[in-house]
Design a protein around this ligand. Sequence first.
Ligand SMILES: *[C@@H]1O[C@H](CO)[C@@H](O)[C@H](O)[C@H]1NC(C)=O
Ligand SMILES: *[C@@H]1O[C@H](CO)[C@@H](O)[C@H](O)[C@H]1NC(C)=O
Ligand SMILES: *[C@@H]1O[C@H](CO)[C@@H](O)[C@H](O)[C@H]1NC(C)=O
Length: 396
Amino acid sequence: MGTSHRNKREKRKASPEKKIRGNQDEKKVRNMETRHFIWIGFLVIAAVIVMWTYCVAENDQSRNLDELLKYYNVTHSLSKIDRRSKLSLQEYMDVYDAKFPVLITDVVPLWPAFNWTKDFFLKNYGGVKVTVKTVEGDLSKAESLALPISMFIQKSHSGSFQTWTYLEDEMFITQRPELLNDIGKVAYLEEDYFELFPAEIKPWNAMLLWGSVYSRSPLHIDPYNWTGTNAVLMGTKRWKMYPPGQDDYLYVINDQKSGFPLDCYKYNSPIDAYDVNLDKYPKFQKTKWLEFDQYAGELLLIPTGWFHQAFNVEETMAISSQVMNTNNYKIVLEEILKAGNFDDINLPIDYASLLPEKQVETLMSVLPGKILEKGRQVTESVLNQLKYDELYQQQG
Ligand SMILES: *[C@@H]1O[C@H](CO)[C@@H](O)[C@H](O)[C@H]1NC(C)=O
Ligand SMILES: *[C@@H]1O[C@H](CO)[C@@H](O)[C@H](O)[C@H]1NC(C)=O
Ligand SMILES: *[C@@H]1O[C@H](CO)[C@@H](O)[C@H](O)[C@H]1NC(C)=O
């Protein structure tokens, strides 16, 4: 008992010391808390500054665009598409490119390709096999076939909402210089950093799109979020185009990749905007879109970031292409990096500060060999297929 008392007394005696130490501990804790507060305060201030700068930059951009729109007397409105002729390159880059869709009316009629007809293809290329999509039922049940053009033409003049055919071929024109030569140059598309890509992975730049009435594309964003082009040679195409920032309302399918040698994410909506199931996709009602018809001789320029779906109102022939330029290269590069093509590669420290073309060149110079090899194999196998088809054409 005594000992325990003494202990207690000792303990009590010891307590002032402890108190001092305790005070010191408390001080330490308080100091640490103060430091925490300072850190948190610092972080909050930094975050505010970053957000503020970002907002100012954003505002600057939209103020700039507003000023430019005023300067050119152009309005961007989802209730109409601008049809423009004699549009200067500067005005195009300032107010349309990567910002808002526009129809150019005075370019395609100058192309010899504007004179292409069904008979022309039947007579000269009837036996050539092309890639054709056929649909019976809903859009998700599309099947892809290789058919001789003559067989496609037998089906191309008719279709119904549920049953249609769509020739979508990337190689047919690009492998035939005589056809490629029929497509004129377009000033708005001259700047194209895809030209800096090695041939093995450079996107084909003249896809033939020839569809029966009711044929349609999926609702999608183009690969690498590029700026798309579409020139209608014959027929009428109806478009629904959705300004950026509506992924959620469009139920964009996540984590899909294109499977291209230089891979990228594939942004597709499961919705057919011309046949929407609102019970399944109720948020789709909140979307805002631009809808218009594109007639033969008109060139549509599709800004990066806009989901779009094309619908052929009658039998329609068109050529599509794409560009990567000053206004979209950051987005395209981000999409290419995001897809994991360069995971094991260290980019130079000054990469982000390089001029756009240098950035593209730098990235291309460190392309993993396996990507080029895969690109080579894909091209080779398609070309072999074409050679086989030409043989078939000669014999037939
Ligand atoms: C601006 O465009 C509107 C219609 O788009 C037109 O009525 C007006 O005259 C134009 N103003 C100038 C200064 O060109
Ligand atoms: C299209 O064909 C017509 C008639 O043969 C010809 O006069 C015209 O120059 C052609 N257009 C182009 C752009 O080649
Ligand atoms: C590309 O488009 C998709 C779909 O809208 C979007 O989620 C993504 O952020 C875009 N990429 C860039 C780099 O802006």
